[in-house]
Design a protein around this ligand. Structure first.
Ligand SMILES: [Zn+2]
Length: 339
């Protein structure tokens, strides 16, 4: 018999406390087309409508068995409120940034007084309230958002952001500070609305784009400030092979680190991270969860558990056209592992 609820189990795992079994959930995007059709809550409408956003998130938990609920489904809510232009995508394509407010310099760039009333931020806050109310107290609610580095890159545009990182360090630091400030404000509003955990995806912080030296010098202090300023447990997801920055990530102060299959060995990663953070992942979203087959999903999941993964999860955002049965297989694999 276990005294854990889904919520207490996930929170305990994130704090590094003993649990009866490893939780299984997605700390990255969870919207899939099959569920959108099933419950009548489809993208792109579900990005801008709190009821639909909550309905789709709750349906994923109910029908796949994943042990958390997460909203929203994109990395564009905060940056839109900060002035980025967004393409809302389609039923199977996430929203994306198509216009950046500060490509040349940061003249006039500041934190808007009414930030939390802007764009779709009220929608996300409302969706969190609905999810919290309908999901009940035993369900962990994850507030998802773009991380400070990605926000900064979206404000300047990735080209300028990269250029500033080398040629204009003052501008680079200024945009990072603005992004961090905005991220903290938004994250704490999500906590107030009902998020138990803030799950940050910061793809631009990946070694694919920023050097480990730049991560240590410029990004780590901002991520540390973010984690220290948010009034809830936090998870940091960075895409790609993060082995070259994993040690720095572990010092950022996030309770959980979400990694992709590209890191290779879970065991080796856990040795690097040690007790500093809970290791989350790392079943490939595009190469395993999406195509299956079910046996492959299960064997990789069991392998990750065997190697010491501490929260079993997709390595990155779930591909929207992933079959529901494949997501279910992840949960079944965890259950079979402990049977
Ligand atoms: Zn990712």
């Amino acid at each position: 018999m276990s005294n854990f609820t889904m919520q207490t189990r996930l929170l305990a795992a994130l704090k590094g406390e003993a649990v009866d079994k490893v939780p299984v959930c997605s700390v990255t995007q969870t919207g899939i087309v099959e569920l959108m059709d099933k419950v009548g809550a489809a993208w792109p409408e579900a990005h801008s409508n709190a009821e639909l956003m909550a309905k789709l998130a709750l349906s994923n938990q109910e029908l796949s068995g994943l042990e958390a609920v997460r909203v929203p489904y994109c990395l564009t809510v905060l940056v839109e409120a900060m002035g980025c232009e967004i393409n809302m995508g389609t039923k199977n394509r996430q929203p994306s940034v198509i216009g950046n407010p500060y490509p040349k310099n940061l003249d006039g760039a500041e934190l808007p007084n009414d930030l939390l009333q802007r764009g779709r931020i009220p929608v996300v806050l409302e969706a969190l309230k609905i999810v919290k109310e309908k999901g009940g107290s035993s369900l962990p609610v994850l507030g998802g958002m773009e991380g400070p580095v990605t926000i900064a890159s979206d404000l300047a545009g990735v080209k300028s952001f990269m250029k500033w990182s080398i040629k204009k360090p003052a501008l680079f630091e200024q945009v990072l500070d603005l992004a961090t400030e905005a991220a903290i404000l938004y994250a704490n509003a999500m906590v107030e609305a009902g998020a138990d955990v803030i799950s940050v995806a910061d793809p631009v912080a990946s070694p694919d784009l920023m050097s480990p030296a730049a991560f240590k010098q410029y990004l780590q202090p901002r991520l540390q400030k973010f984690a220290a300023s948010v009034n809830a447990l936090t998870i940091l997801h960075i895409c790609g092979n993060v082995n070259s920055i994993l040690d720095y990530m572990a010092d950022c102060g996030f309770e959980g680190l979400s990694v992709e299959e590209k890191i290779g060995s879970v065991k080796a990663a856990k040795t690097v991270v040690g007790k500093r953070a809970t290791l989350i992942g790392n079943i490939s979203s595009p190469f395993t969860l999406l195509p299956g087959p079910l046996e492959q999903i299960k064997s990789e999941a069991k392998q990750a558990l065997e190697e010491g993964i501490e929260v079993l999860a997709p390595g990155c955002g779930i591909a929207p056209i992933t079959p529901l049965k494949n997501v279910k297989a992840l949960v079944e694999a965890r259950d079979e592992y402990y049977a």
